[in-house]
Design a protein around this ligand. Structure first.
Ligand SMILES: *Cc1c(COP(=O)(O)O)cnc(C)c1O
Length: 387
């Protein structure tokens, strides 16, 4: 059986796969079918927060798997209730809706924002402002929300009601909010897929103020930046702001699918019975794993994330062939003279897995990657950049 051939023949060709078949992993190390070892700086796109086969996560997941692998949302089940309580307690949000992915978490946010608008302002506030160069998902609505022209080909007509603002331009945002047609602003604080662009602090705070003043909901897409990725539990916590909605997914489940839409005080009673739902949402196995992730996102771990970030930045900024290093915590983008895709392939041959975002090499390793593996991988990446 030739796995690569089966894949190419029978799986829709939406991915341009690298020539690598992964079969197992432990921590931040993983192995192909020939036993070759790789140091993983991608963590399955910021998903495996504690690496592969983390023992605490694995024990919780396997225990739950043997007890109750799924219970539809007709019934109560323990893991999602515990996870919801922990998420709300640690963030100050009032309610959580669970789904299975980032796109679904954002769909829920979009629905909640529209309903909030209708509940309070009738049909006058259908619009949601997102930022140019953002990424919010691949469903039709979240594609419409995504502020990239190139993503708006092929699949129209898209649902109306999305307006796009250039990032870091508060005057443009003021103009879009001026006619009173906007119910919410949705943005990433670090644009991940858009190339690891950190928004300006002053801009983030000004948007938050503007939203509060106009009763426009501030929705922060933390699908990628959430769950410790940037060196804070959620990235908004760096900025002294209080969003009305925070969405998250990727790293929350530690490798199993789960999405969460956290709703603040204004939205506590917006999503009423029957207005939203999900068959798999809040799956007990995913939620049991997520509880073990959240429990270990401690201040001490956040400090380690910031230390590792500083180490990578210091090692690569100003190095030969590096134009710039952007990002926050363990979500970093490296702009290089060499082509990022070529570097990704070269690193892979040398036993290091990195990702790409736009024209940048993207590093989103497990938060717990051991320093010796990190230093070795950064040395290899640096050598490939310089070569
Ligand atoms: C990955 C990502 C999404 C989409 O998440 P999926 O789980 O692939 O649906 C949405 N928003 C941001 C910011 C992301 O990084």
């Amino acid at each position: 059986m030739d796995i690569k051939q089966f894949d190419q023949e029978y799986i829709a060709s939406t991915y341009s796969r690298l020539d690598l078949l992964l079969v197992k992993g432990q921590g931040s190390l993983c192995y192909d079918e020939k036993g070759k070892e790789y140091i993983d700086l991608g963590a399955g796109v910021a998903v495996n927060s504690f690496g592969f086969a983390d023992s605490v996560w694995l024990a919780a997941v396997t225990r739950q798997l043997g007890r109750l692998q799924h219970a539809c949302n007709y019934y109560y089940s323990e893991p999602q209730a515990i996870l919801a309580e922990k998420l709300c307690t640690r963030t100050g949000f009032q309610k959580v809706f669970f789904s299975n992915s980032g796109a679904e978490a954002n769909e829920c946010a979009i629905k909640a924002a529209r309903k909030y608008g209708q509940d309070h302002y009738g049909e006058t506030r259908p619009n949601i402002v997102t930022l140019i160069n953002s990424f919010h998902g691949r469903t039709i609505a979240t594609l419409a929300a995504t502020g990239q022209e190139s993503m708006h080909r092929y699949f129209g007509p898209f649902p109306p009601g999305f307006l796009y603002a250039p990032a870091n331009d508060i005057a443009a945002m003021e103009t879009l909010l001026a006619d009173g047609s906007v119910c919410a602003v949705m943005m990433e604080l670090v644009q991940g897929e858009g190339g690891v662009n950190v928004l300006d602090t002053a801009y983030i705070q000004a948007v938050a103020d503007l939203c509060a003043k106009n009763d426009v909901l501030l929705m922060v897409d933390e699908v990628q930046t959430g769950n410790g990725r940037t060196g804070a539990l959620y990235a908004y916590m760096h900025y002294d702001i209080r969003p009305d909605i925070v969405t998250t997914a990727k790293g929350l489940g530690g490798g199993l699918p789960i999405g969460a839409t956290m709703l603040g005080a204004k939205l506590e009673n917006t999503l009423t019975t029957g207005t939203h739902g999900s068959t798999f949402g809040g799956n007990p196995v995913s939620a049991a794993g997520a509880v073990t992730i959240l429990d270990r996102l401690t201040d001490k771990l956040m400090e380690e994330v910031r230390e590792k970030s500083a180490y990578i930045k210091a090692g690569l900024s100003g190095a030969k062939g590096v134009k710039s290093v952007s990002g926050l915590g363990l979500m970093l983008g490296i702009e290089t003279e060499k082509d990022a895709h070529a570097l990704m392939e070269a690193c892979m041959r040398q036993g290091v897995l990195v990702l790409v975002a736009k024209d940048r090499v993207r590093l989103v390793p497990a938060l717990t990657i051991p320093f010796p593996q990190l230093t070795k991988a950064v040395d290899i990446l640096k050598a490939e950049i310089e070569r």
